[in-house]
Structure formats: C-alpha cells, structure tokens
Ligand binder design. Structure first.
Ligand code: ZN
Length: 497
C-alpha cells in the first residue's frame, strides 16, 4: 500500500518541521571496544571473536583507550563539553546478533555533551546543536539466506557473524533542529555531509556510508505552523547516503502532513528507507528509554579523562571547518558559487586530495563536480561512493596535462576506471586512447581533409584563418577524436600558407 503524500510546498503552508539526527560512527581502532579482537573489516565469519565479545560467562571487558581518545576528539571538534567522569551502561534488549543480550552503551552520563556545529546551506548558516556524543559497541550481523530480498521474511535460514560485535561506535545525537522550514531536507543532508568531512579530517573512521562506517537515523516531526510546539516524531533508520537523507526527510514531511491533514495522528515508530522506490515503510514501535532498563555497567571502571589529556587532545584537532573552507577557497581561487557547490556536494575533501596529488584546483573541480557527480546521480549513489579515488582523478588530469589525452578522451578513461580496467595509464593503453600527434599520421588526415573541402581550403589560402576550424573538425572526426588539435591546426596553416 502506498502512502498518501501532500505536495511539499503545501506541507510548509501548514506545518513547521523539526529534525533530529542520530549518526553512528564506526571508529577505525585496531581492536574492539572492550576486548583485544581485531576490528578490521572483511575477515572470515566468526574468526575475530573471543569470550568477551561473544558474551561468554566470566569474561571481563576492558575499555579501549584509543576509542576514548577518538570519542573525546570528536566531541571537541563538535564544540562539546567533555565529562570529567562518566560511566558505561547496559542497555537491555534482545537482538539475535548481539550475543550478550545487552549492549554496552552510555546513558545519562555521555562522555561528550552540549556542543554545536554550523552547517552551510546555499550560503546560509544553520547552527545544529549537539545534545551528546557517547561511546557504545556495534552488534554482529545476521545473514538471511534463501529469501529474495536478503531480509528475514522468506529466508530458508539465518546465519550470524559476530566479527562486528564489539566494534567501537560513537553515536552523535542532535537536539531538535527547528526553523529550517523548506530547507529542512537540505539541512539534514548538509549536516551529515559536513559531519562526515569532519570525521574524515579527524582520521577516526573510514566514514564510508555505503559500507556502514557512518549510519544516519533521521527523526522528523511536524508541528502546526508557528505553534512553537514539537509534534510526534518518526525515526527512519540507517539511511546510507547523503542523498537518501535528504529524500527521506522530504518524504516523511509529505507523509506526516497527509496524515495530520486528514485528522489522523502520527504513530511514534521506526521506519525503513527504501532507496529503490524512494519511500519509507513501518518498522517497529519506538520504545522509550525506560523500556531498556539501563543500569550502570558493573564490569567496567568509570572513564575520567584528566583535563590535561583533554587539552592535549584539543591541540591535535584539525583546522576549524569554517576557517578551512575560507582558506581553501582563497587558495583555489573559486568563486562563492563554485565553493558552495563543492561544499554542498560533500566534495571538499576529495578535491583537496586531488589537488594534493598534483591536479590544478580548477581541473579537480571540473572532474568531481561536472563529470563524476553526473555519473553518481545516474547510478543513484553519492559521488564519494562511486569508486573513483582522488589519486585516480589526479592521474587522469596528469595525462591531460601531458597531452597524452584530451578532456573528451579522459571521459572514456573514467568509463574504464568505473569498469575496473586498471590504472588510467593502463586504460589509455588497452583502449588505444592516446592522442595522435605524430606528423605522419596527422599529415595524411590533413591532406585528406583539404582535398575533401576545397572551398574551405581556398578561404584559408585567402587569409581567413578562422575557417581552419572546419578542417580541424573533419580531421578529428576522421581520427575519432584522438588527433592533437593544436598540431593539426599548425599543419593546416603550414600546408595552405
Ligand atoms: Zn573479542
């Protein structure tokens, strides 16, 4: 059954949206949160486990100091207070891929609290207030086999892989974000995208949304316009791209409005986002915190980071994002509009890396914003998840700069990169894409073009040099775009001088 939706503009005529974002960041520590098991991705199922992360009787957890350090650095970068003393708590619930039957998390004593982050949307700044950032552990993974969709419904059997159980997570929770109005979907997207930039700059996570290193839950509620109240919210879980965050907010605004318009009430629940159809569907009723019967974790000592350590970590923070954007814009010579596009696309980091790898700022922008963003949109993924690296983009541009290929041929090199055909150099060789600048081959093509276009040739002989364009075009067509256009022009003018 499909939902009734209200047109987006009509939603805003009657309601004020409020957003809330919960982002889970999987840390890139060498070991798990409470044991020494390796935290690397991709091992054979159930090979990175021990009595502690399997929840066996008698096993005792120990806090991973590096994870605490990463949590504090994230908190400081988000302008949070850092607790002088805090504890872990048990969150009790049953989940088949959580072997302990409770999750070790933090409850009323988070390590980081009361922060903020400014996000840019179309040149306007929104201050997103951070309620808390706390430490917890990830669950294992269930694999449902035999069903069509990979979900448990229709599956023949299910398997559980506990390699991920106990990987350190930081959950970052915003306060309700109000006043964004029609920009609510864009603000949600910008927040997640700029938060990812920050996490990457901190170096604390791989932060790949498509691989689940960074997962966003999107809360949305509507209140009657100008009432100043908050409506009942729904929570759309695990939205795994920037673009889906934006679409999910938009969809929920339109769905809530239709229910409220018809006199109905919003049911507080989790929702699932479906990338393919662009809709959310009902998940489970959303529990209140007291249902989890939190209590302080008795097997772990409290975490009490010294003020000296916190200040030392403050000294390791990357440049403030606002200053960084201003500095890069000045270094790169981008216009305000160009910079806005880059920030909105979440491409500041990749472009910076591409420039560091040797490409000019304008070339880096051109490939990421024009070429790769278009391809990502066609594929329905975020451009950072397309699978082309900054180093590869710089390598393609180096081939253009060297005159080996031109921009048009470079697009075919990107085809090859996306198809996994090897390095840019290998693709140029395998596909025979190099520009021909050899006078022998070019001369023959120029002679043929002159012979086929005697009128044009006469004009050039009479001094109308601009007419050469037509002959260059004919040569390019003959040589499938691979002729060195500058050399072709010289040859034409020499031959008709
Ligand atoms: Zn373990």
């Amino acid at each position: 059954m499909s939902d009734t939706l209200v047109a987006f503009d009509d939603v805003l005529a009657s309601y004020d949206p409020a957003l809330g974002l919960e982002v889970h960041v999987e840390l890139n520590t060498a070991t798990k949160m409470f044991c020494g098991c390796p935290a690397v991705f991709g091992g054979e199922p159930n090979t990175q486990v021990c009595p502690t992360c399997l929840g066996l009787p008698g096993a005792m957890p120990v806090v991973n100091g590096k994870a605490v350090e990463s949590a504090i650095r994230i908190g400081l970068a988000l302008n949070c207070e850092i607790a002088e003393w805090c504890r872990f708590a048990r969150k009790n619930y049953f989940y088949p891929d959580m072997p302990k039957n409770f999750q070790t998390s933090q409850y009323d004593e988070p390590i980081c609290f009361e922060g903020w982050m400014d996000v840019d949307v179309d040149g306007e700044t929104f201050r997103v207030e951070i309620e808390r950032a706390h430490m917890e552990e990830d669950t294992g993974k269930s694999l449902h086999v035999g069903g069509a969709t990979g979900r448990i419904h229709g599956a023949d059997y299910s398997l559980v892989d506990y390699n991920r159980a106990g990987i350190p997570l930081i959950e970052i929770v915003t306060k309700p974000i109000r006043g964004a109005g029609a920009k609510a979907p864009a603000v949600a997207r910008a927040y997640v995208s700029q938060l990812r930039d920050l996490i990457v700059a901190l170096g604390v996570s791989e932060a790949r949304m498509d691989q689940g290193n960074l997962r966003a839950d999107v809360n949305l509620s509507l209140a009657p316009k100008d009432s100043g109240t908050l409506g009942t919210r729904t929570e759309t879980k695990n939205v795994n791209s920037f673009r889906s965050v934006e679409r999910a907010v938009r969809y929920e605004m339109q769905r809530h409005a239709a229910i409220l318009d018809s006199g109905g009430a919003i049911f507080q629940e989790t929702r699932h986002w479906h990338e393919d159809t662009g809709v959310t569907t009902s998940g489970r009723p959303k529990s209140d915190a007291d249902d989890y019967r939190y209590f302080p974790e008795p097997d772990l000592v409290p975490v009490a980071p010294s003020r000296e350590w916190v200040e030392e970590l403050r000294g390791t923070l990357p440049e403030n994002p606002v200053e960084r954007r201003a500095r890069l814009q000045a270094e790169w010579g981008y216009t305000d509009l160009e910079m806005r596009d880059v920030v909105a696309s979440g491409l500041l980091g990749p472009i910076e890396e591409t420039v560091a790898a040797g490409a000019s700022a304008q070339a880096a922008r051109k490939w990421w914003i024009a070429e790769l963003t278009r391809r990502a949109n066609d594929a329905g993924v975020d451009v950072v998840d397309l699978g082309v690296s900054p180093a590869q983009v710089a390598a393609v541009q180096a081939l253009v700069d060297a005159g080996t290929i031109n921009d048009k041929l470079a697009r075919q090199v990107f085809d090859g990169l996306l198809a996994g055909e090897g390095t840019p150099e290998e693709i140029v060789a395998a596909r025979g894409l190099a520009v021909v600048s050899d006078d022998g081959a070019l001369g023959a093509a120029v002679d043929a073009a002159i012979a086929a276009n005697p009128d044009v040739a006469d004009k050039i002989r009479d001094g109308k040099v601009a007419a050469a364009g037509a002959l260059i075009g004919a040569v390019m067509k003959e040589m499938r775009g691979q002729a060195d256009a500058a050399r072709v022009r010289e040859l034409i003018l020499e031959k008709l001088a």
